[in-house]
Design a protein around this ligand. Structure first.
Ligand code: SF4
Length: 232
C-alpha cells in the first residue's frame, strides 16, 4: 500500500535545496513526555508555531533521522509558520486490511505524544498543527532534535514501524503553501482509503473520490479487490 510515495518524493524535492541540519535518532535524548495534555497559558508562552503536521506512510526503507530546516526552538523569538512531516516505514504485509489497520493505528500515535512545555493542537480531519512552546521549556533546553527523538520513540513502540524520519521546517524562505498542498493531498488519499476499506458498494461514475482514484495508481484496483467486484 504505497499510495503516499509520490507525496514523499514531492516533500523531499521541496526540502532539497534548503539548508538543513540532520540528527541521528537517540532514544536516550528524547524530550520528556508528561503523559497528558498539558495546558500552557498565554502568560507562560514563549512563542507559537502554526502550520501543518502530517505523516506519510510507506513500505520503502526510511532511516531514523531528525531533519531541521530553519531556526531551532532555542532561536525562535516570535510566532512562526512551521511544518512537521513524519515519513514512516511500515513493515510490508500481503494482507491489505492488516496494512490499513496498521496505518490507522500509527496515525493515532500522534494524539498520544505530550512533550513537556510543547502543547500540540491538531485535529483528526485536518492536517493543521499548532504548537505552543513554554518559556520554561526553552530555558530547559527544548530542541527539535529532542522532540523528534520523542516522536520516533513513540512511533517505534509499534513493532511494525521500521523507520521514522521527522522533518521540522521553520525557515521563512520555505514554500509553506506547497507543504499545505501536500498535506491536503495526503488527507484526500487517506479519506479515499477509508472509503475503500469500509465500503463494499460503489459507483465510480458518481463517486466524489474519483479524481483521487484517477490520480493515485492502484487505488481503484484496491476498491475492486476489497469489494470482490470485477472491473468492467
Ligand atoms: S474505486 Fe470508484 S467508487 Fe471506489 S473510491 Fe474510487 S472512484 Fe470511488
Amino acid at each position: 500500500m504505497d499510495f503516499f510515495n509520490s507525496l514523499i518524493a514531492e516533500t523531499y524535492s521541496l526540502i532539497d535545496g534548503l539548508d538543513k541540519k540532520s540528527f541521528d535518532f537517540e532514544m536516550s535524548d528524547a524530550w520528556q513526555d508528561v503523559g497528558y495534555n498539558e495546558v500552557i497559558l498565554q502568560r507562560d508562552t514563549a512563542f507559537e508555531l502554526e502550520g501543518v503536521g502530517f505523516n506519510l506512510i510507506t513500505t520503502a526503507p526510511v532511516n531514523d533521522e531528525i531533519v531541521v530546516i530553519g531556526e531551532d526552538l532555542s532561536h525562535i523569538y516570535g510566532n512562526r509558520k512551521f511544518t512537521r512531516v513524519c515519513v514512516i516505514e511500515l513493515e510490508e504485509t500481503e494482507d491489505q486490511q492488516k496494512t490499513y489497520n496498521l496505518i490507522r493505528k500509527v496515525e493515532y500515535t500522534k494524539y498520544h505524544v505530550f512533550p513537556k512545555g510543547y502543547m500540540i493542537r491538531t485535529t483528526s480531519r485536518s492536517h493543521k498543527e499548532a504548537v505552543r512552546v513554554s518559556g520554561k521549556a526553552v530555558k530547559d533546553g527544548i530542541s527539535f532534535k529532542k522532540i523528534g527523538n520523542l516522536l520516533i520513540k513513540k512511533y517505534k513502540e509499534n513493532p511494525a514501524v521500521k523507520g521514522v524520519k521527522v522533518i521540522f521546517v521553520t525557515d521563512a524562505g520555505a514554500d509553506f503553501k506547497h507543504f499545505e498542498e501536500i498535506a491536503r493531498k495526503n488527507n484526500d488519499i487517506t479519506e479515499t482509503l477509508n472509503h475503500i476499506m469500509n465500503s463494499v458498494n460503489f459507483d465510480c461514475d458518481t463517486c466524489k473520490l474519483k479524481p483521487i482514484c484517477d490520480e493515485v495508481e492502484g487505488m481503484k484496483e484496491l476498491h475492486f479487490k476489497t469489494s470482490g467486484k470485477k472491473e468492467d
